[in-house]
Design a binder for this molecule. Sequence first.
Ligand SMILES: *Cc1c(COP(=O)(O)O)cnc(C)c1O
Length: 566
Amino acid sequence: MIMSQHRKIAYFSMEIALEEALPTYSGGLGVLAGDTIFAALDLKVPMIAVTLLYRKGYFNQKLDSKGWQEETPVEWIIEEFLEELPERITLEIDNRKIQVRAWKFEIKSLTNFSIPILFLDTNLPENTEGDRALSDYLYGGDEYYRLCQEVLLGIGGVKMLRALGYQDLERFHMNEGHASLLTLELLEESRKQSGRDAVSEEDIENVKRKCVFTTHTPVAAAHSKFPMELVTRVFSNREVFSRKDIFCCEGVLNLTYLALNLSHYVNGVAKKHGETSNLMFGHYSIDSITNGINITRWVSPSFQALYDRHIPSWKEDNFSLRYALNIPKDGVWQAHMQAKKELIQYVNENTNIEMNQDVLTIGFARRAAAYKRGDLLFQDMERLKSMVKEKGNIQIIFAGKAHPQDQEGKELIQRIYRAKEFLKNDVHIVYLENYDLELAKLITSGVDLWLNTPQTPMEASGTSGMKAAVNAVPSLSILDGWWIEGCIEGITGWSIADDNQKNESKNNTREDAFWLYEKLGKVIIPMFYEEREKFISIMQHCIALNGSFFNSQRLLQQYVLNAYFK
Ligand SMILES: *Cc1c(COP(=O)(O)O)cnc(C)c1O
């Protein structure tokens, strides 16, 4: 079967979050991929996306009474959501021939434009049991398993696209380094086409012209690297491996360097992250395109109705949210209270904590990783207690999964549980289980304040605060990632920083906690309870200034301008 629709951009990502029913993502990277693909649908950019099928999903999270996380596989019936394609390709891994198939999911617009997403799958009877399991788990298994998955995504993905008839793809976009082995397949294609025995400079130039790379990780140690021994075992010794300038040597294949060396355009995911990446990778030129979210899928039903009434073109043209300052304040407040009511109802039905709609509600939901410091608010519990007694009540909603192998992340959840117990007579706190797309939407739209406390410069961008902004929820955040661009103090939200010496991030936990309490106790709580009009004005500015910019329509337009069709 040859696909009829003409496609120019192939978007590769290890995870893609499209909808709740497809548990093929773990967090921010997958959500960004999904939001990018939805923007391609909005803007009719001829894209096709490639990822892996995860039969066991990411995982279901259960928390015991002490906050210890337990994981169970997600059961889902693939045939109910995806269409199996008849094509098969053969992938050679570790001297075995592995059969690969693809499942298709398609998102469609009202005008019948569509974007296909391919999920690669090795669970076929011809394959060994171990190989069949390659498409079971996202970020599971050992180094060998991971490398095989990356071969499946990169090399398998290109082969599958060709088998499906996509011969004229102009760009291959690698969303993070996991996909960078696709460059090896493209090099091979170029070499064979020219009839050469060895890869030449011309082949390298050919591949570079086609490739675009987005790096997401500001920590050098987190970039995937594999020992050369393992690499040559898994996909035999390729002639290009002798090129030290491409493979970054010292006996390891570094997938980030591979992508850097074979792309004509590279970007970080926020201005600051672009700068950090330039410092980290020396002589490469790394641009930045700040992340964005797909507005339509992140706006709560009550705000959808409000925008429909006041800014009818908001879905097709996200920039028009700039007019939000003209939406009457009481309309904004009512839409917000409706979203908040739904969240509080969910909390009251699913936990044994009774939350109150009129209390200032703070949200913190994201992957439970140590650098995000979900417990920063509990640095000084006595100060927190006396602050709410003097200034006004708060209640706090947490959610987030820790990676199954991240001990520190799991302990962080337990620390939050202990604080919740300790503060139970003063501050109502819940930790909602099983953070996913649906819960993310409910929480980011239903709280009054979005809290973000990463250690700099670890939050390359962050996107949950953008989801909050488009629902008129201001952020209180460390100046890192997107917030450096999105924060106008007292207009779109607040920074956790000393206002007199902003750009000096010392990453001192005690100091950060101090400024967190200062802003909360002296500015935000009093304004929320006593100067409601002023608070609502900030809510309007969240939509007008940040919603109109930190969206994936703008993101994709920047990719089109700077990377895809340049
Ligand atoms: C938006 C989102 C994330 C990413 O949030 P960050 O602020 O970037 O940490 C992670 N998980 C889910 C389910 C999300 O919806």
